[in-house]
Design a protein around this ligand. Structure first.
Ligand code: COA
Length: 156
């Protein structure tokens, strides 16, 4: 069994995070978002008075993936924004560990629910979310330019 640790993202993690992001998504995030989160120890307040959190997972001291979510204290809603595991570490349970960690942290922060949007074609991610107890709320044809999104939700 390998040694796994989930911890706050650091500035030093950012280059590897960007590599994983580029190899995981057809439209990767702007790299500056990760630089900002790395510089602020994985916790940033947005202009809309929400808080964004970012954590990484290490497997035997190597960065294997990350998760980003947003919390809105006023609506008590969490919003999963990004999750990725590097190619060679997939199907080893780490996506699930990160997701469970994020949902548990949202619960501790008194969020009442969590939602997320995912591409309709992303069946590995659908399977992960369903296995974690989330359900499909509706389809959103306006979320991505080139494909429908499915909106998943879970009560916390
Ligand atoms: C989605 C992703 C994060 C899953 O991470 P992972 O570490 O491989 O997932 P886990 O090993 O924790 O899988 C947990 C469960 O999810 C389901 N699952 C995960 N990947 C799957 C796949 N490729 N096919 C079918 N089911 C899958 C399975 O039920 C799995 O449990 P099992 O392995 O015991 O059958 C990973 O595939 C990834 O990084 N994809 C690219 C980025 C991405 O699409 N992110 C989601 C954006 S919304």
């Amino acid at each position: 069994m390998t040694r796994r640790v989930i911890r706050v993202v650091s500035r030093e993690d950012v280059p590897l995070v960007i590599t994983i992001e580029r190899s995981s998504f057809p439209r990767p995030w702007d790299e500056d978002i990760f630089r900002i989160l790395g510089s602020w120890r994985g916790q940033v307040r947005t202009q809309r008075r929400k808080t964004v959190f970012m954590y990484v997972i290490e497997d035997d001291d190597e960065l294997a993936g990350y998760i980003v979510w947003e919390e809105d204290v006023e609506s008590a809603e969490g919003h999963l924004l990004n999750i990725a595991i590097r190619q060679q570490s997939r199907r080893m349970g780490m996506g699930r560990e990160l997701l469970d960690y994020a949902l548990e942290t949202m619960r501790e922060h008194k969020m009442a629910s969590c939602r997320l949007e995912v591409r309709e074609s992303n069946t590995p991610a659908h399977a992960l979310y369903l296995e974690a107890g989330m359900s499909i709320l509706h389809r959103d044809s306006a979320y991505y330019e080139d494909e429908d999104a499915l909106v998943f939700t879970i009560m916390l």
